[in-house]
Design a protein around this ligand. Structure first.
Ligand SMILES: [Zn+2]
Length: 189
């Protein structure tokens, strides 16, 4: 008998998946978001690292709330679950930028990332806020450092997502920044 690895089997008291987000959010590169107020025309990609560091501190304080582990409504992630999600978004988006830079200006193709499957697999609702706080800080700092790397023309280097959406390092940075900002709005932070 070996020890189980990972978060273990689902339990009856587990809250189950949140309502999946299947929207294609690439429109936020062209127009302001009516929910969180993010305006892509007002953000330079070079400002993204500062935005990430600011957001990191705000997510960390949201985790300190007494209700951080409570879902506000059925099907809606708790602040802890959102924090797990943005931690993983930071890692994915850092990796995608690295892929673009490694491509040297050739079009690179991103692999799929199913955020809702990841949430279930990692059982976000069971995350320990104390542990998560450190993981968040680490993931945000690594992403911020990553997005400080591109220089000049590199911001225009291309990529394509599996659904055909085209990005550059610059639009990826803005897209990523919106995601992070939007979820701050989701958790009121
Ligand atoms: Zn938004």
């Amino acid at each position: 008998m070996s020890e189980p690895t990972g978060p273990g089997p689902l339990r009856v008291e587990d809250p189950g998946p949140a309502t999946p987000d299947t929207a294609d959010w690439t429109w936020v590169l062209r127009q302001p978001c009516p929910d969180c107020g993010f305006d892509p025309s007002r953000l330079e990609p070079t400002a993204v690292p500062a935005l990430l560091r600011d957001a990191s501190a705000r997510y960390v304080s949201a985790l300190a709330r007494p209700q951080a582990q409570t879902r506000p409504r059925e099907g809606v992630w708790s602040p802890v679950e959102y924090a797990c999600h943005v931690r993983d978004v930071c890692d994915v988006m850092r990796g995608r930028l690295e892929q673009i830079l490694a491509g040297g200006g050739e079009v690179v193709r991103f692999t799929d990332w199913d955020q809702d499957a990841t949430a279930l697999e990692k059982q976000y609702w069971r995350a320990d806020p104390e542990v998560l706080r450190e993981e968040l800080r680490t993931a945000f700092e690594a992403a911020a450092a990553g997005y400080e790397r591109p220089d000049g023309d590199e911001w225009g280097w291309p990529a394509v997502r599996s659904n055909g959406s085209e990005f550059t390092a610059g639009t990826l940075a803005v897209y990523f920044a919106h995601d992070i900002r939007h979820h701050l709005w989701d958790v009121n932070a």
